[in-house]
Ligand binder design. Structure first.
Ligand SMILES: [Zn+2]
Length: 173
């Protein structure tokens, strides 16, 4: 899925790349998650079949993205299956040891990304939405997110489900 960097969504857009509500579980109950009022949703890292910006990314940014992924600061968008990387030459980049998704090796850490869902990163009033594959785009394809996103990763906070406004499905028409 391709979205140009720093695209800004309308105020009523769910915190998802899709226009349908973000499904979110609280306890045992399913509902929808929303951003707090006044948040501005901005996308970054949704590459299609080309890397629009190449360059170095500071080590601490990579560390923080790994932390976010490992602590499950990842929201599912409610779709089935996973996103493929349109930049990788073929499935061999994605399937190893019988598992799906690119293997990330970084300073002695190793994780396998699953290309589903996204991070939400709050910095001031802006909520940046980054695909779960962003680490693969950075380490595997040399992608450099916009400067303000690099700053937000260091100075802002990754959101977890409890940070969103939640409403049970039963309250929604
Ligand atoms: Zn790739």
């Amino acid at each position: 899925m391709e979205i140009p960097d720093l695209s800004r969504f309308s105020a009523d857009h769910p915190p998802s790349p899709y226009s349908f509500p973000l499904p979110l579980k609280r306890g045992d109950e399913w509902g929808v998650g929303r951003l707090p009022d006044g948040s501005i949703l901005v996308a970054a890292g949704w590459l299609g079949n080309s890397v629009t910006s190449n360059g170095p990314v500071p080590d601490d940014v990579v560390d923080l993205l790994l932390d976010a992924y490992e602590t499950n600061a990842v929201f599912s968008d409610g779709t089935q299956g996973w996103h493929d990387c349109e930049l990788c030459p073929g499935p061999e980049a994605w399937y190893s040891e019988g598992k799906v998704g690119p293997l990330i090796s970084w300073h002695g850490r190793q994780i396998r990304l699953y290309g589903h869902g996204h991070h939400l990163l709050q910095h001031g009033p802006t909520t940046y939405m980054l695909p779960a594959l962003i680490l693969h785009y950075i380490l595997g394809h040399g992608y450099q997110p916009p400067e303000e996103v690099l700053e937000a990763i260091v100075a802002g906070e990754f959101l977890y489900p409890e940070h969103l406004i939640w409403e049970p499905y039963s309250n929604i028409d």
